[in-house]
Design a protein around this ligand. Structure first.
Ligand code: SF4
Length: 371
């Protein structure tokens, strides 16, 4: 007679299904996300690592992050850089600065350069994206690395230029796939348009990233829907990050959910989308938070920021930056401690090439969530 409890039997059945790569249902994903027994959560994370190893072995990708303009016209309720926050550090890096920083990041061993800005009114309100196009070209020439752009919602014609300029990734986070909650987070911004722009970028042949915020008012059902939405829409990189309440924002007083929720969410995303890229961001807990996110099945380290350049992070504007802890050598030390290694530049380029070919082969019709 089996000594397993009913909960254990249910958990093992779901994990076996995930290992066999039969798509997990909404109910199964929601069940996993609702676990609070540390032993059960440990089982989910063990299985998530198993699935990561199946697709990526011990190789981890590392992304350099350049937040080149912290100006923004929007008022997202969770964001330190919302337009009216007088506390947030505002700067616009010059083109030459960005190219120099990108070249330094490339020399340090990152696999990709992420060019991020708020919806800077100087660019978005004028429709003059020329400076960004030039930045993309110069960074690509200077680094010979894949480029991700995270410029907020941009018109279709701008997406076309991105594609023609050789941009590999367009990152645009929905934060939640619950439209009602979205309206409280991304105040005054269209839920549909955000999804549509990401979908358009994918249709044009770019890889796309989506991301969700944890602890912003969602429940397990919302988290499960968001994971399914990312799976069904075929995003190539899916991210989850815990909300860090920011001073002088509407969510300033919110109590943070325990980090175990983020680890569990990373692990469940790995089980639901085993072949996709799933980041472990340094932007929430800095270098000390890396091991647990990797233990949960993440396979990309994001938000490498070189010191001495007066660059900011997003959720944590300064954590570990000037101490030089958000750098490739520091990440490599952690990887070595847990039996992982940084991938080679060609590994990453090969992955990008293969995913683009696969996306074309599969078509781009998967834009509806079916629960
Ligand atoms: S999340 Fe992005 S779009 Fe929203 S306020 Fe912050 S920088 Fe602006």
């Amino acid at each position: 007679m089996s000594l397993l409890t009913m909960d254990q039997r249910r958990l093992e059945a779901i994990l076996n299904k995930a290992v066999a790569e039969h798509p997990l249902s909404y109910q199964e994903i929601a069940y996993l996300l609702s676990l609070d027994n540390p032993v059960y959560i440990g089982r989910v994370m063990d299985t998530a690592r198993q699935m990561r190893d199946k697709y990526f072995g011990d190789k981890i990708f590392i992304y350099g992050f350049i937040y080149f303009s912290t100006y923004c016209r929007n008022h997202c309720s969770f964001c330190f850089y919302r337009r009216t926050n007088e506390l947030s550090p505002r700067y616009r890096k010059t083109l030459e600065d960005v190219v120099t920083i990108a070249a330094g990041l490339a020399d340090s061993g990152v696999h990709l350069i992420d060019l991020t800005m708020g919806e800077d009114p100087v660019i978005h309100d004028t429709g003059n994206f020329e400076v960004l196009y030039e930045m993309i070209n110069r960074v690509r020439q200077a680094t010979d690395l894949p480029v991700m752009v995270s410029p907020g919602v941009v018109p279709d014609d701008v997406l076309h230029v991105f594609k023609d300029s050789g941009v590999d990734w367009y990152a645009l986070y929905q934060e939640t796939h619950n439209p009602k909650l979205y309206s409280k987070l991304r105040l005054g911004q269209s839920y549909e348009e955000r999804n549509y722009r990401r979908f358009t970028a994918k249709k044009l042949g770019m890889l796309v990233e989506d991301g969700i915020l944890l602890g912003a008012g969602e429940d397990c059902a919302d988290r499960a829907r968001s994971i399914l939405a990312m799976r069904h829409s075929g995003v190539h990189q899916a991210r989850v990050m815990s909300l860090v309440p920011q001073p002088r924002t509407p969510l300033a007083g919110r109590v943070m959910v325990p980090r175990i929720n983020e680890y569990l969410c990373i692990a469940v995303m790995r089980l639901a989308m085993p072949e996709r890229l799933i980041p472990a961001s340094l932007d929430v807990d800095g270098i000390k938070g890396l091991k647990m996110r990797l233990a949960a099945g993440a396979n990309v380290v994001t938000s490498i920021i070189p010191p001495s350049n007066s660059l900011a992070g997003v959720s944590q504007s300064s954590l570990d930056i000037e101490q030089g802890l958000r750098t490739v050598p520091e990440v490599k030390k952690i990887l070595a401690e847990i039996g992982l290694t940084a991938a080679g530049a060609d590994d990453y380029k090969g992955w990008i090439k293969a995913r683009k070919e696969k996306t074309v082969e599969l078509g781009d019709c998967r834009d509806q969530v079916v629960l």
